[in-house]
Design a protein around this ligand. Sequence first.
Ligand SMILES: Nc1ncnc2c1ncn2[C@@H]1O[C@H](COP(=O)(O)OP(=O)(O)OP(=O)(O)O)[C@@H](O)[C@H]1O
Ligand SMILES: [Mg+2]
Length: 422
Amino acid sequence: MESIQAIKQRFGIIGNNPKLNRAIEKAIQVAPTDISVLVTGESGVGKESIPKIIHQLSHRKHGKYIAVNCGAIPEGTIDSELFGHEKGAFTGATSTRSGYFEVADGGTIFLDEVGELPLTTQVRLLRVLENGEFIKVGSSKVQKTNVRIVAATNVNMFEAIKKEKFREDLYYRLSTIDINLPALRERKEDIHLLFRKFASDFALKYKMPTVKLTDDAVNLLLKYRWNGNIRQLRNVAEQVSVLEQTRTINAVTLQNYLPNTGSNLPAVVNNTKAESDFSSEREILYKVLFDMKSDLNDLKKLTMELMKHGGTSDVQKDNQHLIQKIYGEEKADDYKTTTVDDLEVLSIPETSEVIEENNSETEDKYHFAEEIEEEETLSLHDKELELIKKSLERHHGKRKLAAAELGISERTLYRKIKQFDL
Ligand SMILES: Nc1ncnc2c1ncn2[C@@H]1O[C@H](COP(=O)(O)OP(=O)(O)OP(=O)(O)O)[C@@H](O)[C@H]1O
Ligand SMILES: [Mg+2]
């Protein structure tokens, strides 16, 4: 059996808190069985790594792992997403479709935010849990599937049961084993460790020296309530890394990033969290916008120079610093100059095609699910092919409309049609 330490390393989990260790230990112990597991804990505590551990350490590891965010799927389509539908089951159901429970046969399904499932879907789920049976929407044929279910929730399930939003029988079936992840405020010993890890990650990402905290700033981190838990700590580390000029952060500076620290009253969970998340995201967006505006101004200057002087060689020489600023120093070599009819041209590599291709590849007919890539058996190639076919069908073969819908250029679509022999 892999040790807790090895699992932490493998899944990028930081921390030494005994409650965290116990949660990982439980995941390791329960993994080889087919028992249903319910992962509980506040928002942002790291629940999503538990089902991954369970799947990877189980005999199902070569099967599919599908993560479904139940809260993100509209009520009207969730049954069809999970259990599939027959052709003609509803308007727009032009062909039979397999649901996640059929696709994940032999694997694991992670039902995130399970408390958000509509009651009618809960009935269907109960049946799968009891005897592995399900019926596609619009069908009468009972199908069988062998899927391990791991669910997660950050809401109080007893409260949901009391309000008749969640079936009690389903709750007990799902939570044969309950794995609880502690809130960050209960893991004080891990807070600074996590901050240092995030600060060093962001320093690498944004190519700047790592921010360090003074002792009083560390104390402030330890005293804070962290309603958004590790997600919030990560956001704070990112904001401080990006927005602060000085790399040594004291408590006064840090306080600006921690809503409500002025008072010792516990933060009001919902309102404060929403507000703080919004303001932090807004600050980062502002920063991005300012950078874009500055780039745009530099480009305007450069264009004006080009218009005034015609040729490019002098403009390049005189505006070296601007060119470097806009296109980046380390990238400078990528923007080679070529000579066309004795005229030097600054050529920018064509990245748009690559981006377009990536876009089309990452589109997924399972809109609300995420799969572990290495477990992929339904290849991206097949999904892409299906997407293109469907789009062409919808637009009666009109490539221009299909390309626009797929978010790729007509040329890329044409290439793909030839490549897939459509
Ligand atoms: N122990 C940890 N070490 C490093 N990073 C972590 C740890 N736990 C969580 N994170 C990071 O914190 C963020 C939030 O984790 P996650 O998405 O798993 O939260 P969650 O419990 O599912 O929250 P929610 O209920 O809001 O969905 C992620 O970016 C995750 O990588
Ligand atoms: Mg989550």
